[in-house]
Write a protein that binds this ligand. Structure first.
Ligand code: FES
Length: 198
């Protein structure tokens, strides 16, 4: 059912890490990987190496040789076929020049109106609490509601867009990185949405 939420077993909560955006959309390595080649060469550090590697890797085992800030979400075949939002847990590392810190959290994944994989942050765009699937009773009260924040009640739709006046910004997203038949994302590069005019 479109707009409904499909949840996996919830074992741990999200870390709500909100880190600065560093990559442009052009850094996204699509399934064809062709556009990314020039951009990847310009990227520095281990993340850049992964993007380049993803372009050239031929199988999933090789794609697994990735920097800690790149998290695996699942197979491209499965995720590109999603018609409803799915909660997917990940494990990664916060990596900077000084230290590495383990990260565990989850994102919501679906496909957008154009059929492209959409990775949505679970951190509320108000103050960062973890948004949750709305209950049936909550969904009856607000049109198009799919996710709700337990802290102050911000409400979001099937693409992580805001569906109430409480917040004027939808949930952050992440660029999907497609390599070796898998879908990955950089946990350190959430993409902030534009403000909506209320
Ligand atoms: S932190 Fe989500 S509504 Fe305030």
């Amino acid at each position: 059912m479109e707009g409904a939420l499909v949840c996996m077993n919830v074992e741990v909560d999200c870390m709500n890490n909100r880190m600065p955006r560093k990559l442009s959309r052009r850094a996204f390595l699509g399934s064809t990987g062709k556009l990314a080649l020039g951009v990847a060469a310009a990227l520095s550090g281990t993340t850049g190496l992964f993007y380049y590697g993803a372009k050239t890797h031929k199988n999933e085992a090789e794609a697994e040789q990735r920097p800690g800030n790149i998290a695996l979400l699942g197979s491209y075949e499965e995720l590109s076929a999603l018609t409803a939002m799915k909660m997917i847990h990940y494990e990664a590392e916060h990596v900077d020049a000084w230290y590495k810190k383990p990260l565990r959290g989850f994102v919501y994944v679906t496909t957008d109106a154009a059929g492209q994989i959409l990775i949505i942050s679970s951190a509320c765009s108000h103050l960062g609490c973890t948004v949750e699937p709305a209950t049936d009773a909550q969904r009856k009260k607000t049109k198009d509601l799919v996710l709700i924040c337990p802290c102050h009640g911000a409400e979001f739709g099937k693409y992580g867009d805001t569906v109430s006046a409480f917040v004027n910004r939808g949930l952050d997203t992440y660029e999907p990185i497609i390599a070796g038949g898998g879908v990955y994302f950089d946990v350190m590069q959430p993409i902030q949405r534009n403000l909506t005019m209320e």
